[in-house]
Ligand binder design. Sequence first.
Ligand code: DQA
Length: 144
Amino acid sequence: MRKKIIILNGPNLNMLGKREPQIYGTQTLSDIENMCLKKAEKLNLAIDFRQSNSECELIEWIQKANENFAAIIINPAAFTHSSIAIRDALAGANLPIIEVHLSNIYQREEFRHHSFISPIASGIICGLGTNGYLLALEAIAEQL
Ligand code: DQA
């Protein structure tokens, strides 16, 4: 049976394509989902790709993740810089976690330089655009 990976996307990522394309590019979240589905198939993984603007919903998905999934890939979006609650949920998930950002958060405003998530992530990918999600899947496939 294929191992299942949950890919979580935080607030405003549903607006990709329209949202600040000079920073985030023109691909939509469903383009990214399709790329991930193809990549996962090649890696013999299954994925469940989700987005929420709600911190509460993301936390509930993370809390249940280890019932069905072997790893978490997460772009926490702005919650990266603000949410101790999401960090705590991830820390308790007992799964490998890869943090992904489309943009290079260290090249941007100072408030984006701090991530509450990075210290508990197995790995971090940022600044490589949508390819970051595919690289995260590759890394997970090797780790598992
Ligand atoms: C982001 C970077 C965050 O700082 C920002 O709040 C986002 C997207 C990225 O993918 O580059 O919403 O996580």
